[in-house]
Design a protein around this ligand. Structure first.
Ligand SMILES: [Zn+2]
Length: 246
């Protein structure tokens, strides 16, 4: 099962061009409609620009967003070409304007904003809720879902989980709160649109199937198949419990 899942993610990631600018007249992101009133957003799936500084793509967040849409029926919005702005950082951006249009026209009632972080933080998953403010009624449910998932994970055989600390997660780590002080998608959804939102950061090992040739991250890299599989199950579980609760 894991092998076909990884193949599917590799396939879906080819819809994402990390460094190519969008064709004339097109936007650097794409939207696919779903059936559930939940939107998964991946604004950093491609190279983007923060204060004139180029930032590398958060690999496979675009593939994971598409996979989640395909397997659960959520709506998805993800960057698919190089962005000349930072959709998650800039106060006003075409990405956020589009997200607003989708939320309002499609009756979206929860936004999951998916990001990637490097392995150097030494934890597998960071959840950002603006210290509880972005989804006050859902935070306990989200935490319970993650804890249950990791209990199952740690009963498994893979010793590498501990090395990876994939099952080590943090809530509202100083770097990944979802934006109490800056203009993240999570904050935009919660404060401007009045829709509960959660920022999810996955470490490289739990999302990068295999680094692609045009990646801005130069060194060859392969994530942990089991951790990627668990990450997909966790995202699907979050959708299922949120769907039942909204
Ligand atoms: Zn990001």
């Amino acid at each position: 099962m894991t092998a076909s899942l990884l193949d599917r993610l590799m396939d879906l990631e080819t819809a994402v061009s990390y460094t190519t600018p969008p064709p004339e007249g097109e936007r650097p992101f794409t939207y696919q409609a779903g059936d559930l009133p939940i939107l998964i957003s991946a604004p950093h799936a491609t190279v983007h620009q923060r204060r004139q500084r180029e930032k590398g793509e958060e690999e496979f967040t675009g593939a994971l967003a598409q996979l989640l849409a395909e397997t659960t029926g959520v709506h998805t919005l993800y960057s698919c070409y190089r962005s000349m702005d930072d959709p998650n950082w800039d106060r006003v951006s075409p990405y956020k304007t589009t997200l607003q249009e989708i939320v309002q026209s499609r009756g979206i009632r929860f936004v999951l904003d998916l990001h990637g972080m490097s392995n150097r933080h030494r934890f597998g998953l960071a959840l950002g809720t603006m210290n509880g403010r972005s989804c006050p009624h859902f935070e306990p449910l989200i935490l319970q879902t993650v804890k249950e998932q990791f209990q199952q994970t740690s009963q498994g055989t893979a010793k590498s989980y501990e090395e990876l600390r994939w099952n080590h997660f943090v809530l509202n780590h100083a770097r990944f709160t979802g934006g109490v002080a800056n203009y993240t998608v999570t904050r935009f959804a919660a404060e401007q649109l009045g829709v509960p939102a959660l920022q999810i950061e996955l470490c490289s090992s739990a999302r990068v199937v295999e680094r692609r040739p045009l990646s801005q991250w130069r060194a060859p890299f392969r994530g942990q198949p089991d951790a990627i599989h668990q990450a997909v199950i966790l995202l699907q579980s979050l959708v299922a419990v949120l769907q039942a609760a909204i």
